[in-house]
Write a protein that binds this ligand. Structure first.
Ligand SMILES: [Zn+2]
Ligand SMILES: [Zn+2]
Ligand SMILES: [Zn+2]
Length: 158
């Protein structure tokens, strides 16, 4: 996991966009210019971004798109697993490993707002199992852990 403050974020964006292009071609779905632009805006940082903020950024670029167009683009990106929705923040964040569909687990820093996605082996399966024991059918799950990130704590842990 690269340090959040000191890394080449342009590379994060480039990697995310090229992964998205690959995935969409593979699945036979279209990454339209608008969807691509929305993806880049979600990736403008590692902090979750709300749909309204995406709209504002696009308006700053010139023509303001109709809100439903942007909501639909976000919905597409979420369905394809290219972004995750952080429910408690009502915001979106780019997925750094979108090749295989997965449930997301996030560490959310309350100081800088950055979200770090975790890959905890088997956690979502365990939640599924525990839910099934309750006779509960899981429709979706996002684990959101709040606290302070290493950069904000000033630690050297990478
Ligand atoms: Zn980055
Ligand atoms: Zn993910
Ligand atoms: Zn932080």
């Amino acid at each position: 996991m690269p340090s959040r403050s000191r890394h080449n974020h342009q590379k994060c964006i480039r990697d995310a966009v090229s992964a998205a292009e690959r995935i969409c071609v593979g699945r036979g779905v279209r990454l339209t210019p608008l969807r691509r632009q929305v993806l880049e805006l979600v990736w403008s940082s590692h902090a979750p971004i709300g749909a309204y903020e995406v709209l504002e950024l696009m308006a700053g670029d010139g023509a303001r798109p109709a809100p439903p167009t942007v909501y639909r683009a976000l919905d597409f990106l979420k369905t394809e697993g290219l972004v995750h929705r952080i429910e408690t923040l009502n915001a979106f964040v780019g997925c750094a490993h979108p090749e295989a569909p997965h449930d997301a687990q996030y560490l959310i820093c309350e100081a800088c707002g950055n979200a770090v996605e975790l890959e905890i082996d088997g956690l979502s399966r365990q939640i599924q199992k525990a839910a099934a024991r309750e006779g509960f059918s899981v429709g979706g799950q996002t684990v959101e852990v709040k606290g302070k990130c290493g950069d904000c704590l000033g630690s050297r842990v990478s």
